[in-house]
Design a protein around this ligand. Structure first.
Ligand code: FRU
Length: 486
Protein backbone atom coordinates (compact mmCIF):
# COMPACT_ATOMS: atom_id res chain seq x y z
CA UNK A 1 0.00 0.00 0.00
CA UNK A 2 1.17 3.50 -0.81
CA UNK A 3 1.32 6.01 1.99
CA UNK A 4 -0.61 9.20 1.61
CA UNK A 5 1.66 11.11 3.95
CA UNK A 6 4.67 12.82 2.46
CA UNK A 7 6.89 11.38 5.20
CA UNK A 8 7.81 14.84 6.43
CA UNK A 9 9.10 14.72 9.98
CA UNK A 10 7.16 16.82 12.44
CA UNK A 11 10.10 17.79 14.66
CA UNK A 12 12.87 17.38 12.08
CA UNK A 13 13.88 20.03 9.57
CA UNK A 14 13.10 19.50 5.89
CA UNK A 15 12.75 22.22 3.27
CA UNK A 16 9.16 23.10 2.39
CA UNK A 17 9.95 22.11 -1.16
CA UNK A 18 12.66 20.50 -3.24
CA UNK A 19 16.01 18.90 -2.56
CA UNK A 20 18.29 19.20 0.47
CA UNK A 21 21.58 17.53 1.41
CA UNK A 22 24.38 18.64 3.78
CA UNK A 23 23.91 21.13 6.61
CA UNK A 24 26.11 24.17 5.92
CA UNK A 25 27.16 27.33 7.72
CA UNK A 26 25.63 26.38 11.06
CA UNK A 27 26.30 29.38 13.28
CA UNK A 28 24.67 30.94 16.33
CA UNK A 29 24.26 34.72 16.15
CA UNK A 30 22.03 37.18 18.00
CA UNK A 31 19.76 34.56 19.52
CA UNK A 32 19.26 32.53 16.36
CA UNK A 33 20.69 29.19 15.34
CA UNK A 34 21.26 29.39 11.59
CA UNK A 35 21.09 26.40 9.34
CA UNK A 36 22.15 26.76 5.73
CA UNK A 37 21.99 23.68 3.58
CA UNK A 38 22.85 22.22 0.21
CA UNK A 39 19.72 22.94 -1.76
CA UNK A 40 18.40 22.52 -5.29
CA UNK A 41 15.50 24.98 -5.36
CA UNK A 42 14.19 23.73 -8.71
CA UNK A 43 14.17 19.98 -8.25
CA UNK A 44 13.70 17.09 -5.86
CA UNK A 45 17.00 15.47 -6.82
CA UNK A 46 20.55 16.79 -6.49
CA UNK A 47 21.29 19.57 -9.00
CA UNK A 48 22.89 23.02 -9.19
CA UNK A 49 23.68 23.65 -5.55
CA UNK A 50 22.52 26.72 -3.66
CA UNK A 51 22.58 27.42 0.07
CA UNK A 52 19.07 27.21 1.48
CA UNK A 53 18.48 28.90 4.84
CA UNK A 54 16.44 28.33 7.99
CA UNK A 55 16.64 29.65 11.55
CA UNK A 56 15.46 28.39 14.90
CA UNK A 57 15.49 29.77 18.42
CA UNK A 58 14.79 26.44 20.12
CA UNK A 59 16.51 23.84 17.89
CA UNK A 60 13.14 22.24 17.15
CA UNK A 61 10.89 24.80 15.48
CA UNK A 62 12.32 26.10 12.22
CA UNK A 63 11.55 29.13 10.10
CA UNK A 64 12.56 28.75 6.48
CA UNK A 65 14.04 31.85 4.84
CA UNK A 66 14.83 32.70 1.21
CA UNK A 67 17.78 31.05 -0.53
CA UNK A 68 21.00 32.61 0.79
CA UNK A 69 23.60 31.85 -1.90
CA UNK A 70 23.09 31.02 -5.58
CA UNK A 71 25.56 29.79 -8.21
CA UNK A 72 27.58 32.50 -10.02
CA UNK A 73 30.43 32.79 -12.53
CA UNK A 74 32.65 30.62 -10.28
CA UNK A 75 30.14 27.80 -10.21
CA UNK A 76 27.77 26.08 -7.80
CA UNK A 77 27.78 26.73 -4.06
CA UNK A 78 28.95 23.53 -2.36
CA UNK A 79 29.28 22.85 1.36
CA UNK A 80 31.04 25.08 3.83
CA UNK A 81 30.75 26.90 7.12
CA UNK A 82 29.98 30.29 8.61
CA UNK A 83 31.54 32.25 11.47
CA UNK A 84 30.90 35.46 13.31
CA UNK A 85 33.82 37.79 12.53
CA UNK A 86 33.75 39.38 16.00
CA UNK A 87 36.90 41.48 15.47
CA UNK A 88 36.31 42.37 11.84
CA UNK A 89 39.49 40.56 10.78
CA UNK A 90 38.06 40.39 7.26
CA UNK A 91 37.42 44.13 7.03
CA UNK A 92 33.92 43.40 5.67
CA UNK A 93 32.11 45.13 8.52
CA UNK A 94 31.76 48.67 9.79
CA UNK A 95 30.58 49.16 13.37
CA UNK A 96 28.98 45.81 14.07
CA UNK A 97 30.23 42.23 13.76
CA UNK A 98 28.59 40.14 11.06
CA UNK A 99 28.62 36.70 9.45
CA UNK A 100 31.16 35.35 6.98
CA UNK A 101 30.41 32.21 4.97
CA UNK A 102 33.35 30.16 3.69
CA UNK A 103 32.23 27.70 1.03
CA UNK A 104 33.35 25.72 -2.01
CA UNK A 105 32.75 27.09 -5.47
CA UNK A 106 32.32 24.07 -7.72
CA UNK A 107 32.85 24.84 -11.38
CA UNK A 108 32.04 22.35 -14.10
CA UNK A 109 34.56 22.30 -16.95
CA UNK A 110 33.57 20.71 -20.29
CA UNK A 111 35.55 17.53 -20.99
CA UNK A 112 37.63 17.92 -17.85
CA UNK A 113 37.53 17.65 -14.07
CA UNK A 114 35.42 20.21 -12.29
CA UNK A 115 37.38 22.83 -10.32
CA UNK A 116 36.78 23.24 -6.59
CA UNK A 117 37.94 26.47 -4.95
CA UNK A 118 37.09 28.22 -1.71
CA UNK A 119 35.23 31.52 -1.57
CA UNK A 120 33.69 33.98 0.87
CA UNK A 121 30.40 35.80 1.29
CA UNK A 122 29.39 38.12 4.11
CA UNK A 123 26.17 39.34 5.66
CA UNK A 124 25.44 42.45 7.74
CA UNK A 125 21.84 41.52 8.50
CA UNK A 126 21.91 38.17 10.30
CA UNK A 127 22.18 36.13 7.14
CA UNK A 128 19.08 37.58 5.44
CA UNK A 129 21.12 38.85 2.48
CA UNK A 130 24.68 38.13 1.44
CA UNK A 131 27.40 39.84 -0.56
CA UNK A 132 29.93 37.66 -2.32
CA UNK A 133 33.52 38.83 -1.80
CA UNK A 134 34.89 40.44 -4.97
CA UNK A 135 38.24 38.68 -4.42
CA UNK A 136 36.73 35.19 -4.81
CA UNK A 137 37.99 32.53 -4.89
CA UNK A 138 40.35 32.93 -1.93
CA UNK A 139 41.89 29.45 -1.93
CA UNK A 140 42.66 26.92 -4.58
CA UNK A 141 44.91 23.88 -4.77
CA UNK A 142 47.20 23.01 -7.63
CA UNK A 143 46.56 19.28 -7.63
CA UNK A 144 43.54 18.14 -5.62
CA UNK A 145 40.46 17.57 -7.77
CA UNK A 146 38.36 16.99 -4.62
CA UNK A 147 39.11 20.05 -2.52
CA UNK A 148 36.02 21.10 -0.65
CA UNK A 149 33.80 21.66 2.38
CA UNK A 150 35.86 24.18 4.42
CA UNK A 151 35.00 24.31 8.12
CA UNK A 152 36.49 27.39 9.77
CA UNK A 153 36.93 28.32 13.43
CA UNK A 154 38.87 30.87 15.47
CA UNK A 155 41.86 29.39 17.32
CA UNK A 156 42.46 31.48 20.42
CA UNK A 157 45.97 30.17 21.18
CA UNK A 158 47.46 31.16 17.82
CA UNK A 159 44.99 34.03 17.23
CA UNK A 160 44.27 32.79 13.74
CA UNK A 161 41.42 31.29 11.79
CA UNK A 162 41.82 27.58 11.10
CA UNK A 163 40.27 25.88 8.09
CA UNK A 164 39.89 22.12 7.91
CA UNK A 165 39.05 21.04 4.39
CA UNK A 166 38.66 17.73 2.56
CA UNK A 167 41.44 16.98 0.04
CA UNK A 168 40.77 13.73 -1.78
CA UNK A 169 41.20 11.13 0.95
CA UNK A 170 42.87 13.36 3.53
CA UNK A 171 42.10 16.66 5.20
CA UNK A 172 44.24 19.80 4.98
CA UNK A 173 44.62 22.30 7.80
CA UNK A 174 45.12 25.91 6.74
CA UNK A 175 45.41 29.04 8.86
CA UNK A 176 44.69 32.70 8.18
CA UNK A 177 44.65 36.05 9.99
CA UNK A 178 41.75 37.48 7.95
CA UNK A 179 39.79 34.65 6.24
CA UNK A 180 41.21 35.78 2.90
CA UNK A 181 44.88 34.74 2.94
CA UNK A 182 45.36 31.07 3.76
CA UNK A 183 48.58 29.17 4.54
CA UNK A 184 48.78 25.37 4.53
CA UNK A 185 49.80 24.06 7.95
CA UNK A 186 49.55 20.31 7.54
CA UNK A 187 47.74 17.39 5.98
CA UNK A 188 46.22 14.52 7.94
CA UNK A 189 44.70 11.17 7.14
CA UNK A 190 47.06 9.13 4.95
CA UNK A 191 47.19 5.60 6.32
CA UNK A 192 44.75 6.18 9.15
CA UNK A 193 41.00 5.71 9.43
CA UNK A 194 38.61 4.56 6.74
CA UNK A 195 39.42 5.21 3.09
CA UNK A 196 36.34 3.51 1.68
CA UNK A 197 35.49 6.67 -0.26
CA UNK A 198 36.39 10.29 -0.84
CA UNK A 199 36.68 12.36 2.37
CA UNK A 200 34.10 15.10 2.77
CA UNK A 201 32.71 17.63 5.25
CA UNK A 202 35.36 17.52 8.00
CA UNK A 203 35.07 19.29 11.34
CA UNK A 204 37.57 19.87 14.16
CA UNK A 205 36.79 21.11 17.67
CA UNK A 206 38.01 20.74 21.26
CA UNK A 207 36.04 19.03 24.03
CA UNK A 208 36.85 18.60 27.71
CA UNK A 209 37.02 14.89 28.61
CA UNK A 210 34.28 14.19 31.18
CA UNK A 211 33.83 17.95 31.47
CA UNK A 212 37.35 18.40 32.92
CA UNK A 213 38.89 21.42 31.17
CA UNK A 214 42.41 20.28 32.06
CA UNK A 215 41.84 17.20 29.90
CA UNK A 216 40.96 18.74 26.57
CA UNK A 217 41.01 16.65 23.41
CA UNK A 218 40.34 17.59 19.82
CA UNK A 219 37.69 15.73 17.85
CA UNK A 220 37.85 15.41 14.08
CA UNK A 221 34.78 14.36 12.12
CA UNK A 222 35.23 13.11 8.57
CA UNK A 223 32.43 11.99 6.29
CA UNK A 224 33.26 9.32 3.72
CA UNK A 225 31.50 9.30 0.39
CA UNK A 226 29.56 6.33 -0.97
CA UNK A 227 31.50 3.86 -3.06
CA UNK A 228 29.54 1.10 -4.84
CA UNK A 229 31.94 -1.45 -3.33
CA UNK A 230 30.47 -0.84 0.14
CA UNK A 231 26.84 -1.58 0.93
CA UNK A 232 26.94 0.84 3.85
CA UNK A 233 27.03 3.79 1.45
CA UNK A 234 28.18 7.11 2.88
CA UNK A 235 29.06 7.36 6.57
CA UNK A 236 31.01 9.37 9.09
CA UNK A 237 34.10 8.51 11.14
CA UNK A 238 35.84 10.39 13.92
CA UNK A 239 39.29 10.75 15.40
CA UNK A 240 40.42 12.13 18.75
CA UNK A 241 43.81 13.75 19.29
CA UNK A 242 45.71 16.96 19.90
CA UNK A 243 45.89 20.08 17.76
CA UNK A 244 48.29 23.01 18.13
CA UNK A 245 47.02 25.30 15.39
CA UNK A 246 49.12 23.58 12.72
CA UNK A 247 49.15 19.81 13.20
CA UNK A 248 46.63 17.23 14.40
CA UNK A 249 48.20 14.29 16.25
CA UNK A 250 45.76 11.39 16.64
CA UNK A 251 45.36 9.32 19.80
CA UNK A 252 46.21 5.66 19.66
CA UNK A 253 42.51 4.68 19.68
CA UNK A 254 42.00 6.56 16.42
CA UNK A 255 44.10 4.00 14.56
CA UNK A 256 41.10 1.70 14.39
CA UNK A 257 38.13 3.08 12.46
CA UNK A 258 35.64 4.72 14.82
CA UNK A 259 32.17 5.24 13.37
CA UNK A 260 30.22 8.23 14.52
CA UNK A 261 26.82 6.62 13.97
CA UNK A 262 26.01 2.96 13.31
CA UNK A 263 22.91 3.56 11.21
CA UNK A 264 22.88 4.43 7.54
CA UNK A 265 21.41 7.91 7.66
CA UNK A 266 23.62 10.44 9.37
CA UNK A 267 25.97 12.05 6.89
CA UNK A 268 27.95 15.26 6.34
CA UNK A 269 27.15 16.45 9.85
CA UNK A 270 29.21 19.16 11.50
CA UNK A 271 28.96 21.30 14.61
CA UNK A 272 27.57 24.78 15.19
CA UNK A 273 29.97 27.73 15.32
CA UNK A 274 29.89 30.50 17.91
CA UNK A 275 27.77 28.86 20.58
CA UNK A 276 28.21 31.38 23.45
CA UNK A 277 30.86 30.41 26.02
CA UNK A 278 28.30 30.52 28.84
CA UNK A 279 26.35 27.82 27.03
CA UNK A 280 29.50 25.89 26.15
CA UNK A 281 27.84 23.05 24.28
CA UNK A 282 29.12 21.51 21.08
CA UNK A 283 25.93 21.12 19.05
CA UNK A 284 25.67 18.94 15.97
CA UNK A 285 23.26 18.11 13.21
CA UNK A 286 23.68 15.74 10.26
CA UNK A 287 21.91 15.13 6.99
CA UNK A 288 19.56 12.21 7.58
CA UNK A 289 20.17 10.32 4.35
CA UNK A 290 22.77 8.33 2.46
CA UNK A 291 24.25 9.03 -0.98
CA UNK A 292 23.57 5.38 -1.85
CA UNK A 293 19.85 6.12 -2.23
CA UNK A 294 19.35 9.79 -1.31
CA UNK A 295 17.98 10.67 -4.76
CA UNK A 296 15.43 7.84 -4.71
CA UNK A 297 13.73 8.07 -1.31
CA UNK A 298 9.91 7.99 -1.62
CA UNK A 299 9.01 11.52 -0.55
CA UNK A 300 6.99 13.90 -2.66
CA UNK A 301 7.55 17.61 -3.30
CA UNK A 302 10.68 17.70 -1.17
CA UNK A 303 13.53 15.35 -0.42
CA UNK A 304 15.91 15.39 2.55
CA UNK A 305 15.79 15.90 6.32
CA UNK A 306 18.22 16.74 9.10
CA UNK A 307 18.76 14.69 12.26
CA UNK A 308 17.61 16.18 15.53
CA UNK A 309 20.11 18.60 17.06
CA UNK A 310 22.51 16.71 19.30
CA UNK A 311 25.06 17.63 21.92
CA UNK A 312 28.50 16.06 21.57
CA UNK A 313 30.72 15.24 24.55
CA UNK A 314 33.87 13.22 25.17
CA UNK A 315 33.53 10.67 27.92
CA UNK A 316 35.81 8.02 29.36
CA UNK A 317 34.11 4.63 29.36
CA UNK A 318 36.15 1.51 30.22
CA UNK A 319 39.37 3.56 29.95
CA UNK A 320 38.55 4.62 26.37
CA UNK A 321 37.65 8.19 25.44
CA UNK A 322 34.48 8.06 23.32
CA UNK A 323 32.52 10.63 21.40
CA UNK A 324 29.05 10.60 22.93
CA UNK A 325 25.88 12.05 21.39
CA UNK A 326 22.77 13.12 23.25
CA UNK A 327 19.64 14.84 22.00
CA UNK A 328 19.89 18.59 22.60
CA UNK A 329 18.00 19.33 25.81
CA UNK A 330 15.68 21.71 23.93
CA UNK A 331 13.92 18.59 22.61
CA UNK A 332 12.47 18.16 26.10
CA UNK A 333 10.30 21.21 25.52
CA UNK A 334 8.68 19.41 22.60
CA UNK A 335 7.36 16.65 24.88
CA UNK A 336 3.84 15.78 25.93
CA UNK A 337 3.90 12.89 28.42
CA UNK A 338 2.00 9.82 27.24
CA UNK A 339 3.20 7.07 29.54
CA UNK A 340 5.41 7.04 32.61
CA UNK A 341 6.10 3.78 34.45
CA UNK A 342 8.64 2.79 37.12
CA UNK A 343 9.50 -0.78 38.08
CA UNK A 344 6.90 -2.12 35.72
CA UNK A 345 6.69 -5.71 34.59
CA UNK A 346 6.90 -6.46 30.89
CA UNK A 347 3.29 -7.66 31.01
CA UNK A 348 2.11 -4.38 32.42
CA UNK A 349 4.20 -2.41 29.88
CA UNK A 350 2.91 -4.54 26.99
CA UNK A 351 -0.70 -3.95 27.95
CA UNK A 352 -0.14 -0.22 28.03
CA UNK A 353 1.80 -0.12 24.75
CA UNK A 354 -0.90 -2.08 22.97
CA UNK A 355 -3.35 0.76 23.55
CA UNK A 356 -1.09 3.36 21.89
CA UNK A 357 -1.05 4.63 18.32
CA UNK A 358 1.86 7.00 17.84
CA UNK A 359 4.02 8.36 15.03
CA UNK A 360 6.16 11.22 16.42
CA UNK A 361 7.49 10.39 19.85
CA UNK A 362 10.35 9.64 22.19
CA UNK A 363 10.60 6.42 24.16
CA UNK A 364 13.00 5.87 27.03
CA UNK A 365 13.44 2.43 28.54
CA UNK A 366 15.75 1.10 31.20
CA UNK A 367 16.17 -2.49 32.33
CA UNK A 368 18.83 -4.90 33.66
CA UNK A 369 21.87 -5.04 31.39
CA UNK A 370 21.96 -8.83 31.03
CA UNK A 371 18.48 -8.93 29.49
CA UNK A 372 17.54 -8.70 25.81
CA UNK A 373 14.54 -6.58 24.86
CA UNK A 374 13.04 -5.79 21.47
CA UNK A 375 10.56 -3.07 20.58
CA UNK A 376 8.48 -3.10 17.42
CA UNK A 377 7.70 0.51 16.43
CA UNK A 378 5.73 2.10 13.60
CA UNK A 379 4.06 -1.28 13.27
CA UNK A 380 0.92 -2.12 11.30
CA UNK A 381 -0.36 -4.95 9.20
CA UNK A 382 2.58 -4.87 6.78
CA UNK A 383 5.30 -3.00 8.60
CA UNK A 384 7.33 -2.86 11.74
CA UNK A 385 10.71 -1.44 12.68
CA UNK A 386 12.52 -3.52 15.27
CA UNK A 387 14.76 -1.80 17.79
CA UNK A 388 16.36 -3.68 20.61
CA UNK A 389 19.30 -4.75 22.69
CA UNK A 390 20.78 -8.19 22.25
CA UNK A 391 22.46 -8.71 25.62
CA UNK A 392 24.25 -11.90 24.53
CA UNK A 393 25.98 -9.96 21.71
CA UNK A 394 26.23 -6.81 23.78
CA UNK A 395 24.72 -4.77 20.98
CA UNK A 396 21.88 -2.42 20.17
CA UNK A 397 20.24 -2.66 16.76
CA UNK A 398 17.69 -1.28 14.36
CA UNK A 399 16.20 -3.76 11.93
CA UNK A 400 14.34 -2.00 9.12
CA UNK A 401 13.90 -5.13 6.99
CA UNK A 402 10.09 -4.83 7.22
CA UNK A 403 9.92 -1.11 7.95
CA UNK A 404 7.92 -0.09 4.86
CA UNK A 405 8.80 1.06 1.35
CA UNK A 406 12.29 -0.15 0.46
CA UNK A 407 12.21 -1.04 -3.23
CA UNK A 408 14.00 2.17 -4.24
CA UNK A 409 17.38 0.59 -3.39
CA UNK A 410 18.60 -2.99 -2.99
CA UNK A 411 20.67 -2.17 0.09
CA UNK A 412 18.04 -0.16 1.97
CA UNK A 413 16.74 -3.19 3.87
CA UNK A 414 18.72 -4.57 6.73
CA UNK A 415 19.76 -4.64 10.34
CA UNK A 416 22.28 -2.17 11.76
CA UNK A 417 23.97 -2.84 15.09
CA UNK A 418 26.33 -1.05 17.43
CA UNK A 419 28.43 -2.49 20.26
CA UNK A 420 27.55 -1.43 23.79
CA UNK A 421 29.81 -0.53 26.68
CA UNK A 422 27.97 -0.89 29.98
CA UNK A 423 27.47 2.34 31.94
CA UNK A 424 26.10 0.65 35.07
CA UNK A 425 23.96 -2.42 35.73
CA UNK A 426 21.27 -1.25 33.32
CA UNK A 427 20.57 -0.85 29.64
CA UNK A 428 19.40 2.65 28.79
CA UNK A 429 17.79 3.20 25.42
CA UNK A 430 16.32 6.45 24.16
CA UNK A 431 14.56 6.36 20.79
CA UNK A 432 13.24 9.24 18.69
CA UNK A 433 10.60 8.25 16.17
CA UNK A 434 9.11 10.49 13.49
CA UNK A 435 7.20 10.12 10.23
CA UNK A 436 10.18 8.64 8.39
CA UNK A 437 13.02 8.15 10.85
CA UNK A 438 14.29 6.51 14.01
CA UNK A 439 17.26 7.78 16.05
CA UNK A 440 18.47 5.47 18.80
CA UNK A 441 20.73 6.66 21.63
CA UNK A 442 21.85 3.67 23.70
CA UNK A 443 23.81 3.67 26.94
CA UNK A 444 23.35 7.36 27.40
CA UNK A 445 24.58 8.33 23.94
CA UNK A 446 27.50 5.94 23.60
CA UNK A 447 26.01 3.96 20.70
CA UNK A 448 23.88 5.77 18.14
CA UNK A 449 21.88 4.44 15.20
CA UNK A 450 20.10 6.81 12.82
CA UNK A 451 17.91 5.21 10.15
CA UNK A 452 15.24 6.34 7.71
CA UNK A 453 12.05 4.29 7.45
CA UNK A 454 9.03 4.60 5.11
CA UNK A 455 6.11 2.82 6.79
CA UNK A 456 2.43 2.90 5.78
CA UNK A 457 0.55 5.84 7.17
CA UNK A 458 -1.45 3.59 9.46
CA UNK A 459 1.59 1.93 11.04
CA UNK A 460 1.42 3.47 14.47
CA UNK A 461 1.62 0.48 16.79
CA UNK A 462 4.18 -0.11 19.55
CA UNK A 463 4.95 -3.41 21.23
CA UNK A 464 7.72 -4.97 23.28
CA UNK A 465 9.10 -8.45 23.66
CA UNK A 466 11.61 -10.31 25.78
CA UNK A 467 12.41 -13.96 26.32
CA UNK A 468 12.27 -13.23 30.02
CA UNK A 469 8.57 -13.11 30.91
CA UNK A 470 9.51 -11.73 34.34
CA UNK A 471 11.48 -8.81 32.96
CA UNK A 472 11.04 -5.55 34.87
CA UNK A 473 11.56 -2.12 33.39
CA UNK A 474 13.25 0.14 35.94
CA UNK A 475 11.57 2.89 33.97
CA UNK A 476 9.68 3.38 30.76
CA UNK A 477 8.59 6.77 29.47
CA UNK A 478 6.88 7.82 26.27
CA UNK A 479 6.45 11.41 25.16
CA UNK A 480 4.73 12.62 22.06
CA UNK A 481 6.92 15.23 20.31
CA UNK A 482 5.59 18.27 18.47
CA UNK A 483 7.12 21.55 17.36
CA UNK A 484 7.47 23.99 20.24
CA UNK A 485 4.89 26.76 20.19
CA UNK A 486 6.16 30.02 21.63
C1 FRU B 1 28.72 15.78 0.81
C2 FRU B 1 28.97 16.54 -0.47
C3 FRU B 1 30.05 17.57 -0.26
C4 FRU B 1 29.75 18.60 -1.31
C5 FRU B 1 28.23 18.57 -1.35
C6 FRU B 1 27.67 18.81 -2.73
O1 FRU B 1 27.47 15.21 0.90
O2 FRU B 1 29.31 15.64 -1.51
O3 FRU B 1 31.35 17.06 -0.31
O4 FRU B 1 30.24 19.86 -0.99
O5 FRU B 1 27.83 17.31 -0.88
O6 FRU B 1 26.28 18.97 -2.67
Amino acid sequence: TISTTDYRGIYHFSPKEKWMNDPNGMVFFKGEYHLFYQHHPFGTTWGPMHWGHAVTKDLVTWEELPVALAPDEHGMIFSGSAVVDWNNTSGFFDDEPGLVAIFTHHQEVPNDHPIQRQSLAYSKNSGRTWMKYEGNPVLEHESFVDFRDPKVFWHEQTKEWIMIIACGQTVCLYHSPDLKDWTLGSEFGAGIGSHDGVWECPDLFPLAVDGDASQEKWVMLVSIGADPAFKEGSRTQYFTGDFNGITFVPDEASHTVRWFDHGRDNYAGVSWSDIPAEDGRRLFMGWMSNWMYANQTPTEGYRGAMTIARELTLEKRDAEVLLVQRPARELEQARTAVLSLQNASIRQVSEQLNTLRLVNYEIYAEWASDQSVQFALRSGSDNETLIGVDASQNEVYVDRSRSGISDFHEHFLGRHAAGLKAVDGNQHVRIYVDYSSVEVFANDGQAVITDLIYPDEGSKGISVQSENKDLVFASLHIYELSPIRA
